[in-house]
Write a protein that binds this ligand. Structure first.
Ligand code: PRP
Length: 214
């Protein structure tokens, strides 16, 4: 069976739709809380995992392939093959903070505390600018941190910008843009070359329609 890890959360629904459009049966992923969904007819096993864990499952070969956001991929810094970027899951990783920091010189941001789910990318970003900062890792609702004095700034993904706005935060800088990506375990890419190549071609053939479906 080909094992394919799908990221939970925002990417799950469009990822399910993508595979359904290829004829796979993922009803179990919609109707239950099962984390393993088998489609024996297609020789596929889908693993439903937390976004940050998908690259790990794929790197270690517990999954042959997966769909995950490039944000989680860069944070994980894993050694996987990334043959295809998909046309959904668009968002941006940004630095944000209270409006008082909007026009602050960068050097004034030195020494500030930064809350994030992306400690590795955040450290790289601030280090590259010669800014020391204390990085506080939180697991969600990052926008809460500046409101209650846990941190001065945040690094987080922005989609519509609504969460920032409704919590009185403004974007200070964009770190990178992100979208969903199809990733493949390096060994599987060699050992199951025909299956993997076939799947890549099928996904590639449908992805221009994914935004309309998603
Ligand atoms: C993400 C992100 C922001 C929000 C951005 O959180 O961390 O909080 O979405 O979306 P917006 O710009 O459209 O408002 P998510 O809902 O995935 O949950 P989490 O905070 O628990 O990780």
């Amino acid at each position: 069976m080909m094992k394919i890890a799908l990221a939970k959360g925002r990417l799950l629904d469009p990822s399910i739709k993508l595979f359904e459009s290829l004829g796979y049966d993922l009803r179990g992923a919609r109707d239950s809380r099962k984390l393993v969904i088998d489609d024996a007819a297609h020789g596929a096993r889908f693993l439903i995992a937390k976004p940050m864990d998908v690259p790990i499952y794929v790197e270690y070969g517990a999954a042959d392939a997966g769909i995950v956001g490039q944000d989680a991929l860069r944070e994980g810094s894993v050694n996987v093959y990334e043959p295809l970027v998909l046309d959904y899951g668009h968002c941006r990783l940004v630095v944000a903070g209270k409006p008082e920091y909007q026009n602050a010189e960068w050097r004034l941001l030195a020494g500030l505390r930064v809350a994030t789910k992306y400690p590795r990318v955040t450290r790289q970003y601030f280090t590259a600018r010669g800014l020391s900062s204390e990085i506080i890792e939180v697991y969600g609702s990052v926008e809460l941190a500046p409101m209650v004095g846990l941190a001065d700034l945040i690094v987080d993904v922005v989609d519509t910008g609504r969460t920032l706005r409704e919590n009185g935060l403004v974007e200070l800088d964009e770190i990178f843009k992100s979208q969903a990506a199809f990733i493949v375990n390096r060994a599987a890419h060699t050992l199951r070359v025909d299956e993997i190549r076939g799947l890549i071609e099928k996904i590639d053939g449908t992805r221009t329609n994914a935004d309309e479906r998603g």
